[in-house]
Design a protein around this ligand. Sequence first.
Ligand SMILES: Cc1cc2nc3c(=O)[nH]c(=O)nc-3n(C[C@H](O)[C@H](O)[C@H](O)COP(=O)(O)OP(=O)(O)OC[C@H]3O[C@@H](n4cnc5c(N)ncnc54)[C@H](O)[C@@H]3O)c2cc1C
Length: 383
Amino acid sequence: MPESLPPDLVTLRDRVSAFIDEDLRPIEQGIAPDAPAPADVRQRVRARSKEIGLFGMTQPRAFGGSEAGPLAMVVARETLAAGNSSLARYVFGPGPGMLARAEGDLRTRYLEPVMRGEAQGAFAFTEPSGPGASDRATWAKRDGGAFIVTGRKVFVSGGATADFYQVLVNVEEDASGPGGPAMLFVDRGTPGVTIERSFESIDGGGHVELRFNAARVPQSNVLGAVGEGIPRAMVNINEERVESAASACGIALWTVEYVTRHITQGHRAGGRLGDREGVRLRYSDLRIETYAARAMLYRTARLLDTGDDAINEAAAAKVFCTEVAGRVVDGAVQLVGGQALIVGHPLERLYRRVRSMRLAGGASDILRLNIARGVIEFNAGRL
Ligand SMILES: Cc1cc2nc3c(=O)[nH]c(=O)nc-3n(C[C@H](O)[C@H](O)[C@H](O)COP(=O)(O)OP(=O)(O)OC[C@H]3O[C@@H](n4cnc5c(N)ncnc54)[C@H](O)[C@@H]3O)c2cc1C
């Protein structure tokens, strides 16, 4: 549980809190929270984060990082999110993600530049749905030493500035090899790959839609083998899900503290909102849900720390914690009133952010299906 952390993680938590107060707060003033911070500010945040050992937590030792375990990452991410600083996104260094096990040429051309901070990748998984969608997911056929890739990917975060895309494709079986899902690295600027549309989501994120029009990509750009696309894409899925859950819990913590201050100050109707029983009931719900979410988050992180299989638990934590954050922020808006909906209010921004967390990284109901499948078909999952 959050209160029975070993001494090194208590120190880590205090270090992150001090970093927020002493380093982030003084420089975040005047920076539009949804827009990218100016380059010099990002640079300052990174430099300080490196000095105090946060930057490398997400990076393997082979690249000079400290490769923190799941529980340490949860402590750091939750504390950072509970600071509600717009600069939090620049604190951790780029992790290897699915590139972690890249070898040979892929390691030199993609993993190493990413780890040095010289290149950035973007994930291209999501296929179009609804009107105009093809009934065929993005596919590839072999042609000599290359794949010819055709299709569309509609939600590629950071795709406008990425140097390469990690694209899930379906390879057609033919005489020269098997078919199946494959994870393909496609450089930006490859002939036949075009950005059809750039757009923003309500949380402030920037994304693109990509079209692949018979784009020629070397077969050596497959991560692993054809047929391994899904496991390769999912290789760090537990980390990503627990990362979302930790951020969601941090947001819920910040929000409950905000509401506590609000309802214990004077109200125009006289007295304090917190003196009214109806307000206390609503307020307690925010606390109960946040308490439950944090208990789940820390139990899951501890399971992952032991190295046990906890894929169902990580999925459950992602669903529950992001949904709790949604209800907590929504409840906070209701208790704080109309001012919370004015554009620029911290709750207005969080409201938009938590809404996207229930879809990004796996829609809640799809994860629910995975959890049931884990139990019914693979006999996995704890209660
Ligand atoms: C902020 C943000 C960033 C994102 N970044 C990326 C990115 O970088 N790369 C990327 O590839 N994608 C990205 N996405 C897309 C995200 O992964 C998808 O939105 C998500 O996986 C849901 O897919 P979808 O939008 O196609 O909705 P659909 O798959 O159409 O699902 C919509 C809804 O339909 C229901 N549903 C669908 N299938 C089933 C089923 N089998 N059974 C029951 N109910 C079902 C669920 O309620 C689901 O929420 C991002 C999304 C957001 C919001």
